[in-house]
Design a protein around this ligand. Sequence first.
Ligand SMILES: Cc1cc2nc3c(=O)[nH]c(=O)nc-3n(C[C@H](O)[C@H](O)[C@H](O)COP(=O)(O)O)c2cc1C
Length: 273
Amino acid sequence: MESLFTGANLHAMNRDQTPAQVRAFFDGHRTVRQYLTQPDGSPIRMSPEELDAVMHAAQRAPTDATAQLYSFIHLASPEIRAQMAHLTTNAHVATASEAFMVCADTRRIKQLLEAAGHTAGTWPAIAVHFGLGDAVMAGTNLLTAAEMLGYQGCWIGGIMNNLIPIAEALKLPADVLPFAALTLGRSAENTPYRPRVPRPMVFHTDHYRDPTPAELQEALAVMNPIADRPNKSGNWANLLRAYFAQDGGMEHREPHLVELLKRQGMWAGEGKE
Ligand SMILES: Cc1cc2nc3c(=O)[nH]c(=O)nc-3n(C[C@H](O)[C@H](O)[C@H](O)COP(=O)(O)O)c2cc1C
């Protein structure tokens, strides 16, 4: 029998797509927030085989130090879906085919160490760095797998709108930090293709390079359509201002994240207990 580990086996899995096919697949990505539902508005759940495939894909993500520092909370019951839709201020958590809370998790690795008779070290900054990295990679695999099955999805950073009530509702223990929620469903909307900043600002060669003033203006112009609303042309800078400028949403979210990091034992800065 052929080993799972041979190159021939990988080849047989049709990994050799053309560059144009790869571009086309990733161009098919859209963040979608309105999903096909049952007539009463309840979710059309994924089949068990589809759900198995996306969960499998998540766990096939590469992981630093072999550790798999993440957990997913599968939001399954209508009650928890409704609560999370409310707390995240993203209504599609209730209507999506499937929904998850994607978390950094350095708890299990400590339990595994102890189970093997070892004492866990102290590394809260490392926990955040590698835990979030692992969680994002696994979550991205899950979303990409769903897209391969014809679903679309939406990451939900809106968890930051009620971070601590969400952590409490999901009973997240110490060493577990929610990164974002993720919804999946079959699209019921006509979603635009959203732009990205020009590649030379993002891919640097050999050394980091700040963009020129002209490149910054070009990026603002290129990105304006991402803020388009019905009958109104978008202004990306205004959208960024609402999130990241003084008195914007991110400044308001910051203390809640710091508080949760402290509660979960994942705070490495001043005021560390
Ligand atoms: C970490 C993360 C958090 C996000 N949070 C939200 C959110 O709370 N609500 C929402 O509607 N979209 C959210 N999005 C989706 C982005 O708005 C979307 O990816 C972006 O506008 C680009 O659009 P595209 O994915 O269709 O290309 C989030 C995306 C990411 C990666």
